[in-house]
Design a binder for this molecule. Sequence first.
Ligand SMILES: C[S@@+](CC[C@H](N)C(=O)[O-])C[C@H]1O[C@@H](n2cnc3c(N)ncnc32)[C@H](O)[C@@H]1O
Ligand SMILES: [Zn+2]
Length: 288
Amino acid sequence: MWICPACQSPLTLVERTYKCASGHTYDVAKEGYVNLLLAQHKRSKEPGDNKQMVNARRSFLEQGYYQPLAQRMAEVLEQFSRSVPASDIEGLAAERLINLFDVGCGEGYYLDHVLTRLNEHQDSFVVKGAGLDISKIAVQKAAKKYSASEFCVASSFAIPIPDASQQGVIQVFAPSSEQEILRVLDDDGVWLQVNPAAEHLAELKACVYAAPAEHKSALPVPAGFELCHEETVTFSFTLDSSDMRLNLLMMTPYYWSTSVQNTQRIKDLLTNVSAQFSLRLLRKNAGS
Ligand SMILES: C[S@@+](CC[C@H](N)C(=O)[O-])C[C@H]1O[C@@H](n2cnc3c(N)ncnc32)[C@H](O)[C@@H]1O
Ligand SMILES: [Zn+2]
């Protein structure tokens, strides 16, 4: 599944080491992931989300606060797979395998949710999951908890998987390269993008900024893709403990710009929170 980040040739697993034909080697870590991040793709010693942010996100997500989003992502992908033309379904049924890749997977929550749901809800093919993140601690946690999928540490700007190898890519609040996603998707492959919409965490932002700016949501359709589906997912939830309020703050970039007083206000007062996400399903144009 992985390719060598140094020479792009396929990697073969021999015992617990991935090897390429040119002799580059990458050991599998005890949690089951492989680190394919080359020094030249690192801008700092420990890039990506740090331990504190990853732990906060894991604690928050496992309480199910964002489950409505994860469910909707699975439904949109499922809807797409049902709308594949019959001729293509025959092809898929013959292979009985759909590869789904999460770019910037964090601690793995969304990939696992979507994968589980897709595999439970249809029986014409099997979905196989994999993901990458540039944060080693995030990938460690993902691999340890979600052993049904494969994970690597890598940059989404140099995805270490072969051309046209994926039928679906998901990307939730993570940076990516449009060209890389185009490269790894097969013809008619789909890319599900999730970004914050205008009202996302409005109550939290009001505690941090005097005049909160709205998230920008109107993104252009990237070259090589067509827009199949677009929607806004809105729901609200209640945070009953100051720990959870702090977790929510710590998994956002606002944490770094919040004063000690505002952090305390959030811990004491932030109970009702609105979540709003923009979902887009893009399909690779055949021949791109
Ligand atoms: C807001 S978090 C979202 C994580 C996950 N998708 C989720 O929603 O739970 C953004 C993630 O992007 C990762 N990230 C940042 N820059 C990256 C890059 N160049 N390549 C891959 N991942 C990156 C961070 O480490 C972090 O895990
Ligand atoms: Zn190599």
